[in-house]
Design a protein around this ligand. Structure first.
Ligand code: ZN
Ligand code: ZN
Ligand code: FE
Length: 763
């Protein structure tokens, strides 16, 4: 054996808790390579001896054939003299102080485990917590790194001899699967009503199915929190759930048992098919088939439905299709209104007892609350709306080194972001920081991320809005820990997030179109219809939507008729008795609104594009009062007549885009009896034309051809489609969000990148 050679290999990326070491072991055994492999806090280390041919094959396969959940970022090989190994072994994990590595998100049930779950001969037949190295909970159960069972919420479950032998056998597909468990030794389910255990294990599942079939509302403990579930084809059940949850008409997410059933209820493009089946198992927004039996109460006023497939073994057992059992379940977050989802059993009993008729509980603790992720497909690829379970805490990769930073994110749809090396770890969805529980979850999340990824921030980035709770947290902490705090303008952060996820260098500016509901401007006004010349360090604002006063301030957000009246007044048009926003309000309140406008009392200025959509929705009678964010605009989009080609024209001035002519044209079309669908379409066409024109102006003026689209308004597919089409035809390169949400859920990434570049120039 004189031709032996040695090698030391170091691999970073998502390489722990994903079956990487057994894969290495199998490979080494097959190629007759000796040595060892071990996890460290920084990745995976391997030292080996073998013939040069075997080593070459080994290294090739390591790179090419890694297990499905693994993601290799860096791969170092150092050749050395043979070490004299005689066997191949898997060593214990080694903690290295300050070292860090990405952590795997939770992964949906794999096909091997599904097969065992449904095999009466298998010892885990119908066991709701079956998992393996390729699937199961990860992020939601992990307390610290290195990822080993004692640092997960599986620690209290002592393995039985059978599980222990699978766990210890490098050739078993459960080798070092930290959440490994079976009916003998692992977590169990039970059904509770009014604090009493009604049924255990299999009987609990059967009774839960029975209750769902009878139309009851169930609280079901899942991976990242409790869901509230009911029969989605039963209008009364859905209405009951809405009443109890205090949720008037915001859409509910659905779970359907399999693809065939999804196809029976929704139209499914190939990319949507791929997305809904992906191991992240997001909620995918799909177009509803008119013949679907899903109750319209699930998503009132909308022609889409948010659908996901079962992602845990518990879901598979619960939703198994059978004659008489509902084809779709509502699976909405287990909370009252906008509170965070319940994750703890006792907490769920306290908070959900008025909402649920029964609880399907289990005794595996959830370490981190993690909502379902939501996306839609645009132009054949994912367009994320909420990046959470299945994605978080997988990092966004940046093509440059970042200092250790914390970006605290926005007020609504909060996510935060910690950075280190070339990674931006964007958090799971935290939610709206308006109640105490969410704020606690925000602070706990930050501590958890800083611990998991061993980040001690050197600076904090925050939104300029002085009243955002995240901003207050950042400023207080910066003061306490004597750290620099960097304020980042909201729309600058949106565009920077879009640039960063595309790995743009950010030295040269791009045309950034940030269309949004809100965002604190440098002049103290509420911005949201912004054309920016954006690079990471700073930005200019060559064009923006004209300012109008929002009479009643926040009340105008909830009551779009106020905005419609404001636009009518600005356009010099009468508040005609026949106009929908006039009909929707009392003469008395209109008098107050008139005074607010005249005296500029409680009527802050806004350039928000989101608010313009609201105003138009009210003006043409689609919606005057909203029950959830952006409802007026969403329902306006749903009315767009796809055959209408005409467009309204905006007046484009020196630095201002004025919708006044649009308002005039809409009122004229209303008077002429044009359908709501055609008016809605002309408005969408008009906004897309206007974006195209302003981008051309900026191209002529600055010689730029790259356009980045960001901000919540781009969730409007009718607008996005029309705009992107026009920009492509005009020869622009268009960047839109593919990894992080276009809404405020992606903001923290942009804050982090802007702050890093400012720091670099102001050391
Ligand atoms: Zn599995
Ligand atoms: Zn066991
Ligand atoms: Fe925003």
């Amino acid at each position: 054996m004189s031709n032996l050679q040695g090698a030391r290999i170091h691999i970073t990326g998502v390489v722990q808790g994903v079956g990487f070491r057994p894969f290495v072991y199998g490979l080494a055994t097959r190629l007759e390579i000796t040595g060892w492999v071990r996890n460290t806090s920084a990745g995976v280390e391997i030292e080996v001896d073998g013939s040069p041919e075997a080593l070459a094959a080994f290294i090739d396969d390591l790179r090419q054939k890694a297990p499905p959940m693994a993601h290799i970022d860096e791969f170092y090989v150092q050749e050395c003299a043979p070490n004299g190994f005689s066997t191949f072994e898997i060593f214990h994990s080694e903690a290295i102080a300050e070292a860090f590595q990405p952590i795997s998100p939770d992964v949906s049930l794999c096909s091997d485990c599904l097969r065992e779950l449904l095999d009466p001969e298998d010892r885990r037949y119908r066991y709701p917590f079956i998992n393996c190295t390729n699937c199961g909970p990860r992020f939601t159960i992990i307390e610290d790194i290195p990822y080993d069972r004692p640092s997960t919420t599986m620690a209290p479950f002592a393995m039985c001899p059978d599980c222990a032998s699978e766990y210890g056998d490098p050739l078993d597909r459960r080798f070092h699967a930290q959440p490994v468990a079976c009916p003998v030794c692992g977590p169990q389910v039970w059904l509770e009503v009014g604090g009493d255990r009604l049924a255990e294990r299999e009987q609990a599942l059967q009774t839960a199915r029975q209750l769902l079939q009878e139309g009851k509302v169930l609280a079901i403990k899942g991976l990242g929190g409790f869901h509230l579930a009911c029969d989605a084809t039963n209008p009364e059940s859905v209405a009951t759930l809405r009443r109890r949850k205090l949720r008037v008409d915001k859409p509910f997410a659905l779970m359907m048992p399999d693809l065939a059933i999804v196809e029976a209820h929704c139209y499914l493009e190939p990319a949507e098919h791929t997305a809904i089946e992906a191991r992240q198992r997001p909620i995918v927004i799909l177009n509803r088939r008119p013949e679907s039996s899903v109750a319209h109460e699930v998503a009132p006023g909308q022609d889409t439905m948010g659908v996901m497939l079962p992602y845990t073994p518990l879901h598979v057992l619960l939703i198994k299709p059978e004659p008489g059992f509902p084809q779709a379940l509502v699976m909405t977050s287990g909370n009252l209104s906008e509170e965070p989802i319940a994750i703890d059993n006792q907490e769920a009993r306290e908070r959900l007892s008025d909402l649920a008729d029964a609880f399907l509980m289990h005794d595996r603790r959830i370490r981190t609350r993690c909502d379902d992720a939501v996306l839609r497909i645009f132009d054949g690829a994912a367009f994320p709306l909420r990046r959470s379970r299945g994605y978080a805490p997988y990092p966004v990769h940046l093509p440059w080194e970042m200092p250790p930073l914390l970006a605290v994110g926005p007020e609504l749809k909060n996510t935060f972001c910690v950075t280190r090396g070339r990674y931006a770890f964007l958090s799971h969805h935290i939610g709206d920081l308006e109640n105490y529980e969410t704020l606690c979850s925000f602070e706990d999340g930050i501590t958890h991320f800083e611990t998991l990824f061993r980040v001690r921030p050197e600076a904090l980035a925050y939104d300029l809005h002085p009243d955002y709770l995240a901003t207050r947290y950042a400023l207080a902490r910066a003061e306490r820990e004597d750290l620099p705090a960097i304020g980042v303008q909201h729309h600058h952060a949106h565009i920077a997030a879009c640039m960063a996820e595309h790995g743009m260098a950010g030295e040269q500016p791009v045309i950034g179109v940030s269309f949004d509901g809100t965002g604190y401007g440098d002049d103290g006004a509420i911005w949201g219809g912004e054309f920016l010349l954006a690079y990471y360090r700073g930005y200019e604002r060559p064009f923006h939507l004209a300012y109008i006063p929002m009479p009643g301030s926040e009340a105008a957000v909830r009551q779009p008729w106020r905005l419609a009246l404001s636009w009518l007044a600005r356009a010099g048009l009468e508040w005609d008795e026949n106009l929908p926003p006039v009909l929707a309000s009392s003469a008395e309140v209109r008098q107050i609104v008139r005074r607010q406008l005249e005296l500029r009392l409680n009527a802050p200025l806004t350039s928000s594009m989101g608010r313009l959509f609201d105003a138009v929705s009210a003006l043409i009678g689609v919606r005057q009062r909203i029950n959830y964010e952006a409802q007026a605009a969403i329902e306006l989009e749903a009315r767009v007549d796809p055959d209408e080609q005409a467009a309204y024209h905006f007046a484009i001035g020196e630095d201002e885009v004025d919708p006044t002519p649009v308002i005039h044209a809409i009122v004229a079309d209303l008077g002429a009896g044009l359908t709501i669908g055609r008016i809605a379409a002309r408005f969408h066409n008009g906004v897309a034309d206007m974006v195209d024109q302003v981008c051309r102006l900026m191209r002529d003026r600055y010689g730029l051809v790259e356009v980045a689209l960001s901000g919540g308004v781009w969730q409007n597919m009718a607008l996005l489609n029309r705009t992107v089409q026009r920009l492509y035809e005009a020869g622009f390169t268009v960047y839109l969000h593919r990894q992080v949400p276009t809404n405020d859920g992606g903001l923290a990434l942009g804050q982090a990148v802007v702050a890093a570049h400012r720091l670099a120039f102001n050391p």
